[in-house]
Ligand binder design. Structure first.
Ligand SMILES: [Mg+2]
Length: 269
């Protein structure tokens, strides 16, 4: 079930673990891309450049993927650039972000509501095997950090509803209004400058470009979560190819294969 992209890579010296949230642990926002991409295609199509919807979708998917894991505002800044590049007058990226979040909310409101009222269980909105994996990593003595490109006010509440906050002794971090004040790269640099950990002691889990790239940049080991959402039983080929392209050392569809993954990650030399 697990794919070891770079055999021989080991995380047995890992002491710190960085988890992305959406698509890596949480499925509350599953389907966000099916909201973001059509909205952006719609906005670009209004400029009537002669590009087909398929061509615009390819352009949009490319920059949305490259910025996945980064704060949402960066995807909206890229949209504004794409509008400008086509001779249009873009709205403020924050306005685009609000349009996107309003549409996404229609899709996820009932999920959050069901969790709040206890009509759904956290298991229903966690990548399968998440809790058991988090428990194992914590018991192994690894210090865990949760970092998301979703606004911190929302993702903190969603992490609480899913019951995973307790595992992150290092803290739970999300996007700030001042987007320059936080990023996964800033968090990693902050952890490194504390001098408690070194880059090769990082283990990262993510389904997006940014977290995999940042963990690999400092010399850590990265597990790419290429789940075919929302079922999460199979590998999504689109995500898999892209995660391998950015440097993922492992690919998993979920964490039901955690025993095999743990054995491979932490095997003695
Ligand atoms: Mg993600």
């Amino acid at each position: 079930m697990i794919e070891n992209v770079r055999p021989g890579v080991s995380a047995r010296n890992a002491r710190v673990v960085l988890f992305d949230f959406d698509g890596t642990l949480s499925l509350i926002r599953s389907g966000w891309m099916d909201v973001m991409v059509p909205l952006m295609v719609e906005i670009l199509a209004e400029l009537k450049t002669g590009e087909t919807e398929e061509q615009l979708a390819a352009v949009v998917e490319d920059f949305v993927w490259r910025l996945t894991g980064k704060e949402t505002i960066y995807q909206m800044m890229a949209l504004a650039d794409a509008v400008r590049a086509r001779g249009g007058q873009p709205l403020e990226p924050l306005v685009y972000k609000k349009m996107y979040l309003d549409r996404l909310w229609e899709k996820i409101e009932s999920r959050i509501d069901a969790l709040k009222k206890g009509h759904a269980s956290p298991q229903d909105y966690l990548v399968p095997g998440s809790r058991e994996l988090l428990e194992y990593l914590r018991d192994r003595g690894l210090k865990m950090y949760l970092a998301s490109g979703t606004d911190e006010v929302y993702m903190k509440e969603e992490a609480r509803l899913l019951g995973v906050t307790q595992y992150f002794e290092g803290g739970v971090y999300g996007a700030q209004d001042d987007y320059r004040s936080f990023s996964k790269a800033i968090l990693i640099q902050r952890i490194l400058s504390s001098a408690d950990f070194q880059g090769h002691q990082f283990l990262g889990f993510g389904d997006g470009y940014v977290e995999i790239e940042e963990v690999k940049n400092v010399g850590g080991v990265a597990v790419g979560v290429a789940s075919e959402e929302p079922g999460c039983t199979r590998v999504d080929e689109w995500k898999r190819e892209r995660l391998i392209g950015v440097g993922a050392d492992y690919i998993v569809p979920n964490y039901l294969c955690r025993e095999e993954l743990i054995a491979s990650l932490f095997q003695a030399s």
